[in-house]
Design a binder for this molecule. Structure first.
Ligand SMILES: Cc1cc2nc3c(=O)[nH]c(=O)nc-3n(C[C@H](O)[C@H](O)[C@H](O)COP(=O)(O)O)c2cc1C
Length: 188
């Protein structure tokens, strides 16, 4: 069921009026206290050393979406969302096993997805494509992707720091991408 965007201007359960931008999800966490239907979007990410989390937080802030961490122990329920910014790092030429697993088991059907990754630029495109194929096979519509390289010190061992330039790139990409994810074209 599709919830018209206008719904998100309605009151929250506590009586306050949602003055947020239309795509903002009026919830404090994923799946909680939705206003009677599918929430709009979320940023879901996996991280080992924190780089992907930092970019996820930048995207969440720019788009005003909730962010949720996927872990080995706990999958994220994406069922309530129409669209997802999904982020993961590249380790040994692939997204981590837990991420690939989530690709196979998550409820991707009908979701619009934008994939982002942090890495040092080795087989990153292939890793993103591999994940895109998995979730497309589960019914997701992958709209676009962004690969961010750590350009700071020590990149040769994979622990390079992200600079403000990378955060800015992610911010810009997220703001350009969000309208494409919000559009219901091709979904209904
Ligand atoms: C053991 C190891 C293997 C890595 N393998 C790759 C790789 O194959 N390709 C790549 O582009 N980056 C690789 N990296 C770099 C990471 O993808 C990069 O540091 C990323 O930002 C880590 O994200 P995280 O901090 O969210 O875990 C590797 C890093 C480590 C430590």
């Amino acid at each position: 069921m599709r919830v018209p965007v206008a719904r998100f201007h309605e009151r929250f359960r506590d009586g306050s009026i949602n003055k947020a931008v239309p795509h903002r999800t009026p919830t404090s966490g994923l799946g909680s206290e939705e206003v009677g239907g599918i929430a709009e979007g979320a940023v879901v990410f996996y991280t080992v050393k924190g780089n992907t989390q930092r970019i996820a937080e930048t995207i969440a802030q720019a788009t005003q979406l909730p962010a949720e961490k996927l872990t080995k122990e706990k999958a994220v329920d994406i069922a309530p969302f129409n669209y997802v910014f999904f982020g993961a790092p590249v380790y040994n030429e692939h997204f981590p096993k837990a991420v690939l697993q989530f690709g196979h088991t998550g409820k991707w059907g009908g979701k619009k997805v934008a994939i982002f990754s942090t890495n040092i630029g080795w087989k990153d495109k292939r890793a993103i494509e591999e994940f895109a194929q998995i979730i497309a096979g589960k019914g997701a519509q992958v709209v676009t992707s962004l690969s961010i390289q750590n350009r700071g010190v020590l990149t040769q061992v994979g622990f390079g720091k992200l600079t403000e330039a990378e955060h800015e790139k992610a911010r810009k990409w997220a703001l350009e991408t969000q309208p494409k994810l919000l559009s219901s074209e091709g979904l209904w």
